[in-house]
Every structure is written in C-alpha cells, then in structure tokens.
Design a protein around this ligand. Structure first.
Ligand SMILES: [Fe+2]
Length: 202
C-alpha cells in the first residue's frame, strides 16, 4: 500500500503517504478509545483517499474498485472489504452524519484531525490548492461551508478523546478559514493577491 502512494506522490501533494499514514494510525487510536474495531478503522484509513490516484479532486466512491483490488490482494475477506468500504463512505466529511458506525467515527476523527492540525494550513493548504487545481477562495469556501455545520451539530469530532485533545485546534483552524473568506472580500487584499499572481509569486 505504501508503495502505491509513493509511486503517486507527485499527484498526492496533500493526500499522500504522510496524510494516509497519519490518518490510519489516529483512526486506530480513536477506535481503541471507543472500543471499536481498530484493525478495520486503520485499514479504512489506509485506503480512504485512493480516489485521488484515480481522478484528481474526486469523491471517495471513485476509489472503490482500486480499494477492492488492493484489499483483495492483501488477503482481506469479502466481508471485511465491504465493511471497509462502508467505513470510508461514512467518514467522508461532506456527507457524514450523527448516525455512523463506531469505526466510521474513528476514521472520520483521524481524517478531520489532519485538517485541524495547526501545521496543515501553513504547510499543506497550498499543496491542496496545487494538487486539486483550485484557488484559495474555493478552498476557504469549501472548508467553512462543510465544517461550520459539523461544529454546530457536535460532530466535528465524534470521539471524546479527539474532542478533548484536539477540538480547540479545530475551532481555531476553522476561525482562520472563516477569516480567509472575510479577507478575500476586502478589495485591497484581492488586489494584493492579484498582483502576487501576476508576479507569479502565487
Ligand atoms: Fe483523507
């Protein structure tokens, strides 16, 4: 699995092995903290973003076949593969709800934590923009619109462990992106960014 990510590392500036390895380990830790199946949560973490290898800036269902092939080759049973697919789909940030499995919660918390890390907007936001060929305004709008409603409904993180350790980071991270949206509406900021683009600084 690691080799597949390494082979595609140029396509996966944001969702590469650094992301996958982190998410799968944290998914296992969060699963253990709530008595869920850590092996399945970790496995789902390893394959949850394979869609970005198939089609850039795509939805998780695009990676279904590739996930199936890899998990089959790695010796997972048909039942386990179906479970992992369910966990991956449940944990997707854009569509996740209060009613997901415990393993789905663990994967979701691992994946959300990567976004909430203080290092991510500094080091990886620009990589997301490059990988997915979007601009900062699209990314900031996506983050604010997806994540504010999760904070409001109490499912930004699901597990008590993630909430206790990382919710403060998550809220500060989201406030930063809300500020980005506000700043982009300021004419002087817009002009400054447009000059930076003309100068090929951005
Ligand atoms: Fe992810």
């Amino acid at each position: 699995m690691k080799n597949l990510y390494l082979k595609n590392s140029k396509k996966l500036l944001f969702h590469g092995w650094h992301h996958t390895n982190f998410v799968s380990k944290k998914a296992a830790e969060f699963a253990q903290s709530i008595g869920a199946d850590a092996f399945l949560a970790e496995s789902a973490g390893l394959v949850h973003d394979l869609n970005y290898i198939v089609i850039p800036n795509s939805e998780p269902e695009v990676g279904k076949k590739l996930r199936e092939n890899y998990l089959m080759k790695a010796g997972y049973s048909r039942h386990e593969i179906e479970w992992i697919e369910k966990i991956v789909m449940e944990g997707h940030i854009r569509t996740r709800t209060t009613k997901i499995s415990e393993e789905g919660k663990a994967l979701s918390d691992g994946d959300t934590l990567f976004k909430a890390l203080p290092t991510t907007p500094i080091l990886f936001a620009s990589k997301y923009i490059e990988q997915n060929k979007v601009d900062i305004s699209k990314l900031a709008h996506k983050i604010s619109s997806e994540q504010n409603k999760l904070i409001k409904s109490g499912i930004y993180f699901y597990t008590a462990l993630a909430k206790k350790k990382y919710l403060r980071w998550g809220k500060i991270n989201l406030a930063l992106w809300d500020n980005v949206n506000e700043a982009l509406k300021d004419e002087d900021v817009a002009e400054m960014l447009s000059i930076a683009k003309q100068l090929k600084v951005l």
